[in-house]
Design a protein around this ligand. Sequence first.
Ligand SMILES: Cc1ncc(COP(=O)(O)O)c(C=O)c1O
Length: 412
Amino acid sequence: MNTEPHATVAFEDIEAARERLDDESVVKHTPVERSTSLDGMTGGEVYLKMEHLQWTGSFKTRGAYNKIRQCVEDGGCESVVAASAGNHAQGVALAATTLGVESTIVMPKAAPQAKVDATRGYGATVELVGQDFREAMAHAQSLVEEGDAEFVHAYDDPDIVAGQGTLGVEMYEDCPDVETVVVPIGGGGLVSGIATAFAHLSPETRIVGVQADGAATVPDSLDKGGPQTLDSVNTIADGIATGGISQLTYGLIEEHVDEVVTVTDGDIARAVLLLMERAKQVVEGAGAASVAALLSDQLDVTGETVMPLLCGGNLDMTMLQTVLVHALTEREQILRLRVRIDDRPGKMEEVSGIIGSHNANIQTIRHDRSAPELDVGEAYLVFQIETSGAGHARNIIRSIRSQNYEVRHVNA
Ligand SMILES: Cc1ncc(COP(=O)(O)O)c(C=O)c1O
């Protein structure tokens, strides 16, 4: 029987990490803001922890700096290697450059250009290898085997977890009476660190982890008694799309996390938009998952002091567009109407006129004669229009119908 204990993380490790990270130019104490909008929506007292305003736009420098600094102090770490498609890349690059260490970050070929540029901007050499994260990871490991660089894992490392745990201490200091803390989970390093900190400082605080439905491995892992992985993941929240946790993070989650909930991409998209509209904060999908959980029916915080963690702000502009279109379509502020017409000159103008009379802007019109259910001489006009919301949309549909047109609200 293997009796060797698994590596784990204790509060003392987090305290030691705090001392190493005691430099505002490496990691700053990020602000907390009360959100009265979210108070009203959840029935709780909501304090947003704004770690998306951290250097590099996420918490990742905390773990990376804690790890690399120890490697340097332990005697000569000249270079590090990491694999990442996003925030870990930037965190490692900044931490390494600050410590005078060379860094090579392997990113999948399809990594967003903005993240590649940002990682290079923090001083790393970026190698674009592989179609996905796994292929990038395999290449990164081969670089470590070939040379003498130190590998910096994104979550499966006690030094990384202890570094992320410094955020838990900060959250406690910001709001010692906090009753529920909500933390997104990918590989579990972040929640493990935060939960370990709270277990020591305020064991009665409820720690809730959040995963995206399309990348949720923790509920299954807890059910089966060990880390489970997914072959493929599907979520707009790329920061938490790791598809698995490690033995280290499984152990800490099992011990210290009270509850794990999952949210849909729709919940996440709504949260991203709400944070922009109400809190005026640009937060990426993974970073908004905590607020998505509060807005879903998965989590009841009525009457509680609650702190959702906004852990990342690197929202890709293409993703922002996807999120916006999704949310505006859901609110019927972008509306697609399919109108059946006699295919004669003047009909397009007539229907457009009805829409225009409601002051709705027409974005596109498609003319389609090919649907099998149409009679000879008939066509569909598919209008994509901008409205001010569901009430406006209803009035427009009613007006078109009143002129004896068959009209349907379609999504595609
Ligand atoms: C913005 C953001 N939130 C949350 C996480 C999840 O962190 P962990 O993988 O340690 O669970 C990540 C990981 O990359 C992230 O980038």
